[in-house]
Design a protein around this ligand. Structure first.
Ligand code: NAD
Length: 253
């Protein structure tokens, strides 16, 4: 049967290097809201300019830190879904897989994926806004972080006393150089790129599928509402259903 899933699986099976590029949609079925979905998206309910910019943090650090701690609590309470698990499994079955994510929730790691390239930072890796020291084991959640608008003072850096800030990339900030470079290099080298749950609207990350396509990769999009990125194959549906089907078909003998 020559369905789109079968054709995508055949391309994955042939590939020596598969790149997977994920956005907020891969975590939607874990209960983490996307940014842009009209009814449930985070930015439909909160004003980005007040919460996700360096200016916002400078103006009201307690509001911004409290909001990110609330998001971090929600991410910790969530569990990886069948889509995250299928991608972790696929990495064990292909010669090389590079997983690039725009997500900050660490659900790929919790599903078992390794060496994930995080383009937009991580909720669980805050860092000092003065000396840059990154806190890699940030597990304490303050009481009272259950509400989106709880005000919490950001902690002080153990080394220099500076203000610790959320470990994410805010609007107007550059993406981490090493991760972005590695992501472009992988996209330029892959035979297949699978784009999952991203609207393709946030740049420069959104250029990665275009870059892979221009370099000759087969681009496969997984999305219930395809985004219009340059895709050779579109698998219309939710990540939690489509990815297990694709990975099963790709791994079948
Ligand atoms: P986005 O909100 O712009 O787009 C989400 C996309 O996911 C849409 O195209 C939507 O149709 C699709 N989608 C919704 N449910 C899906 C499902 N079950 N399966 C597959 N696809 C589904 O998100 P984006 O493109 O990632 O870009 C915006 C920014 O969102 C990124 O910068 C990212 O850092 C940030 N973000 C991350 C998280 C997270 O860590 N989970 C959550 C919200 C936003």
């Amino acid at each position: 049967m020559d369905t789109a899933v079968e054709r995508a699986a055949a391309a994955v099976r042939r590939a020596r290097h598969v790149v997977v590029f994920t956005g907020a949609g891969v975590s939607a079925e874990s209960g983490i809201p996307t940014f842009r979905d009209a009814l449930t998206g985070l930015w439909a309910r909160f004003d980005a300019a007040q919460l996700a910019t360096p200016q916002a943090f400078a103006a009201d650090p307690e509001l911004v830190w409290g909001w990110y701690e609330w998001r971090r609590r929600r991410a910790l309470a969530a569990v990886p879904n069948a889509g995250h698990l299928a991608l972790a499994h696929l990495a064990t079955r292909v010669p090389k897989l590079t997983l690039i994510t725009q997500n900050v929730d660490d659900l790929h790691e919790r599903a078992g994926s390794r060496d994930v390239l995080h383009l937009h930072g991580r909720l669980h890796r805050p860092r000092c806004s003065a000396c840059g020291l990154a806190y890699s084991d940030w597990s304490d959640l303050p009481a009272g972080a259950d509400l989106p608008q709880v005000r919490l003072p950001p902690p002080s850096c153990a080394t220099c006393g500076g203000v610790v800030r959320p470990g994410v990339v805010w609007f107007g900030e550059p993406l981490p150089e090493r991760e972005l470079g590695d992501a472009y290099a992988a996209a330029g080298n892959a035979e297949v790129l699978i784009s999952v749950g991203t609207s393709g609207l946030v740049y420069p990350a959104a250029r990665i599928p275009q870059h892979a396509h221009a370099a000759g990769a087969t681009v496969i999009e997984v999305n219930p509402e395809p985004s219009g990125i340059a895709a050779d194959l579109v698998l219309t549906g939710k990540a939690g259903a489509v990815l297990p089907a694709l990975v099963d078909a790709a791994c079948a003998l």
